[in-house]
Design a protein around this ligand. Structure first.
Ligand code: ZN
Length: 169
């Protein structure tokens, strides 16, 4: 789980790094074109051309690459993918998520155990997916959906394997 999280966020970080490398090369080789690009982004956002031009000039004088990263590529410091944090959050929340269903096992009567544990596990997984997304600064809905779906799949597989083993013993 944590490993998967690390891989997916790492590849996102790789993409961002590659985008930034290409952007800084373009800035070095073709600054006028890059200035026009930034300016047209600001015009689209509603500035008039002279203002857009001077905003682009001033931002590029201060820190051209981060102006382009933010406004052209949509990468900012707070958005930048953090694979290690994501993996850690995923591992921590997964461990915590396993603890809650154990509590449910202690509290529920035997007859209600199977569905009680399955549904409460899914609920906790969804909650913790939400928490992990908040901590990692990721979009909430995809995180919750992913954690719940993989959790449900893992439980279904476990149940199927359990049924086979149970039947053959
Ligand atoms: Zn650019």
């Amino acid at each position: 789980m944590a490993a998967g999280e690390y891989v997916s966020v790492s590849s996102q970080a790789d993409t961002e790094r590659a985008d930034l490398a290409r952007e800084s090369k373009e800035l070095a080789t073709n600054p006028e074109q890059e200035h026009a690009e930034l300016m047209s982004i600001y015009v689209k956002r509603g500035l008039d051309e002279p203002l857009a031009s001077s905003v682009a000039t001033q931002l590029m004088t201060r820190d051209a690459l981060s102006a382009h990263a933010r406004d052209e590529l949509g990468i900012s410091d707070t958005l930048a993918a953090k694979p290690v944090q994501a993996a850690f959050a995923s591992a921590a929340t997964f461990a915590a998520g396993a603890a809650f269903p154990l509590l449910v096992v202690l509290l529920l009567p035997n007859a209600a155990l199977m569905w009680g544990v399955a549904s409460s596990s899914l609920l906790f997984l969804a909650l913790l997916g939400l928490l992990a997304a908040r901590v990692g600064g990721a979009p909430v809905l995809p995180s919750v959906t992913r954690v719940s779906c993989w959790g449900a799949l893992a439980m279904a597989l476990t149940a199927i394997i359990g049924a086979f083993i149970g039947a053959s013993v």
